[in-house]
Design a protein around this ligand. Structure first.
Ligand code: SF4
Length: 384
């Protein structure tokens, strides 16, 4: 049995697809150390699993590609991710079949919702095949997050393949603000065309995710509301976070959800409504005049780690249990070495049972960026 470290990813080597019979295996992940049981092949599925704080596993975010056609300075700045930057090679990407198998294993552990992310997932040529194979899994709520730039030509096929919902990132309607925030790669008009295409094929309600950064796009909040109010599109404002290591995050660049609620309410009165389900990340408000809904994701001012039931898997099959993880654990080698479903379920169960992540709560408690800042996995790699 060997523990191999490669690019911050801890990998477990299995012998012939089974756990090493000689010893228990010591794993480390996201700041947690745990022992993987020797007898995982005896586990019966389906099983419900809770993490170290009693949180169930409900959502899985699957990043299908680490590449993006934008170069947002807070995520993938052009000076680092230029022409010569080496992204994952294709042979390391999970195939559509592998993605489906992993998703089905997670479903056996309680996952009911899968969100496909990237990078930009529509850059992957077999994205329709991936969606189609996941949509075969019974009872799964299947969603996708995209920057929308390629959506106009994909919306119809994605809908036909079984995609249920889509979330589109759009930080501003102001062309120059948006251009700057996308590293001079994005065009508002293309994203709006993508939204229109998604609406026309019934990928609704569409959610628009907007990361608000003080001094960058906070003056364009009302324009976004004005554009989408009264349609079946829900704008959700996300507090700017210290994800990855590249954005030079400062607390004073965060615009709190509370101040946005106040700003929007002054123009279009809002009232809070109950979440749709336990653990919903956005606080929901409706317009008092009945013209729809708006959401606020307050990861900095009101962390929701207590209800966080999301796992993430990267394009190369590395599992992360927190958006702010320092490292993850690869499942790909085991998959390709022929591990059985029961082996893999035991492996995933071990990861989740030992999860102790609560980064955003710790950030608030310490009122500072935590010391792990320089070793975090970048968001484009693990999926947002
Ligand atoms: S900081 Fe980590 S544990 Fe907390 S809500 Fe975000 S992803 Fe979940």
């Amino acid at each position: 049995m060997s523990l191999i470290r490669d690019q911050g990813i801890k990998k477990i080597c299995l012998f012939g697809g089974t756990i090493c019979p000689r010893s228990e295996t010591l794993l480390a992940g996201s700041g947690s150390i745990f022992i993987m049981s020797k007898n995982i092949t005896q586990l019966a599925a389906p099983v419900d699993v809770k993490d170290a704080f009693g949180r169930p596993l409900h959502d899985l975010r699957i990043s299908v590609i680490d590449r993006c056609n934008y170069r947002c300075p807070y995520c993938m700045p052009a000076e680092i991710y230029g022409e010569s930057y080496k992204f994952l090679s294709r042979k390391h990407w999970l195939t559509a079949g592998e993605i489906k198998r992993i998703a089905s294993l997670f479903i056996q552990l309680g996952v009911a919702k899968v969100r496909i992310t990237g990078g930009e997932p529509l850059l992957r040529k077999d994205i329709v095949e991936i969606v189609s194979s996941l949509s075969d899994l019974p009872g799964l709520d299947l969603a996708l997050t995209s920057n929308g730039s390629l959506l106009a030509s994909h919306a119809k096929d994605l809908k036909k393949a079984g995609l249920k919902r889509i979330t589109i990132s759009l930080d501003s309607l102001d062309e120059s603000v948006f251009s700057e925030m996308s590293g001079r790669k994005g065009e508002v008009s293309r994203v709006l065309q993508g939204i229109e295409a998604a609406q026309s094929v019934g990928l609704t309600p569409i959610k628009i995710n907007v990361v608000i950064q003080k001094g960058k796009n906070d003056h364009t909040v009302l324009d976004l509301i004005d554009q989408f109010r009264g349609s079946d599109t829900i704008v959700r404002f996300i507090e700017y976070m210290d994800v990855g290591t590249l954005n030079g995050w400062r607390l004073d660049e965060v615009v709190s959800s509370a101040s946005l609620v106040e700003q929007i309410s002054a123009r279009w009165p809002l009232k809070p409504v109950e979440p749709n389900y336990l653990g919903e990340v956005a606080n929901r408000y409706i317009f008092e005049d009945g013209k729809g809904e708006v959401g606020f994701i307050s990861s900095v001012s009101e962390p929701f780690c207590g209800d966080c039931h999301r796992a993430r898997i990267s394009a190369d099959g590395t599992i992360y249990t927190c958006l702010f993880a320092k490292d993850g654990i690869s499942i790909r080698e085991q998959l390709r070495a022929g591990a059985s479903d029961s082996d893999l379920i035991g492996f995933l169960q071990g990861i989740w049972r030992n999860r102790k992540d609560r980064y955003s709560e710790q950030r608030r408690e310490n009122n500072e960026i935590r010391k792990t800042e320089n070793s975090r996995v970048e968001m484009y790699r693990m999926g947002g």
